[in-house]
Design a protein around this ligand. Structure first.
Ligand SMILES: Cc1cc2nc3c(=O)[nH]c(=O)nc-3n(C[C@H](O)[C@H](O)[C@H](O)COP(=O)(O)O)c2cc1C
Length: 200
């Protein structure tokens, strides 16, 4: 039965209030094992032609964060950044309570599902993963940058035929951003009328 105001539906309200929050505003705790598993379960509900599951989420937390930080610093140095700036890159991995690498597994020769449909399935899964984190009360942001193409980072996260897309930094919003994150305060985006068009 249609609701009088669909925007007030509790699930819609949660989805509408998600916003990204950068690593420097994240504090402990991040999602635990059970919560990450729930987020992965929601990601797996995203549309996925032929159920190829063309993605993996690799979880970095605890002591592994320092290893990721060292790789970020190496990528920064190799990109010509000085030691202090490279250290800031490393701090992104140290600060985030949980970092989840997003890895694509695109089958370029699939007889039924072209590559673009597999990328769409990955994007939909990523959106579900982020929405589930938000629904559980966590904040975070999907990040990439030139370092996704650094050979040492690709080797660290990817097997044959896989592509490193980037990393989701996850944690709790710090005190200064908690209310903004909860309220979904955000920059202007396109409006529904911009994308929902009658045809013909
Ligand atoms: C695959 C992917 C990679 C992204 N990489 C970056 C990035 O490196 N730096 C950045 O500031 N935003 C990046 N973004 C965008 C942010 O994750 C975020 O969507 C954007 O800041 C808008 O914020 P919102 O999610 O609150 O609308 C990326 C998004 C996607 C989907």
């Amino acid at each position: 039965m249609p609701m009088s105001d669909p925007l007030s539906h509790p699930v819609i309200a949660v989805l509408l209030s998600r916003r990204s929050l950068g690593v420097r505003h994240l504090v402990e705790p991040g999602p635990d094992e059970a919560e990450l598993t729930a987020m992965a379960a929601v990601a797996l509900r995203a549309p996925d032609h032929a159920e190829l599951v063309p993605f993996r989420f690799r979880v970095v937390r605890g002591a592994a964060r320092e290893r990721l930080a060292a790789l970020f610093e190496r990528a920064g140095r190799d990109a010509g950044k000085d030691e202090a700036v490279a250290r800031v890159d490393g701090d992104r991995a140290r600060r985030a309570p949980v970092t989840v690498a997003v890895v694509a597994r695109i089958d370029l020769g699939h007889p039924l599902v072209p590559a673009h449909e597999q990328w769409i399935a990955l994007g939909a899964a990523l959106a579900h993963f982020l929405d589930a984190a938000h629904a559980l009360g966590y904040a975070g942001k999907m990040l990439s940058g030139a370092k996704v193409r650094h050979p040492a980072l690709q080797a660290a996260f990817c097997g044959p035929g896989e592509t490193l897309v980037g990393w989701v930094a996850l944690g709790s919003a710090d005190a200064a951003h908690k209310s903004a994150a909860a309220a979904g305060a955000r920059r202007a985006k396109a409006q529904p009328a911009d994308i929902l068009l009658p045809w013909p």
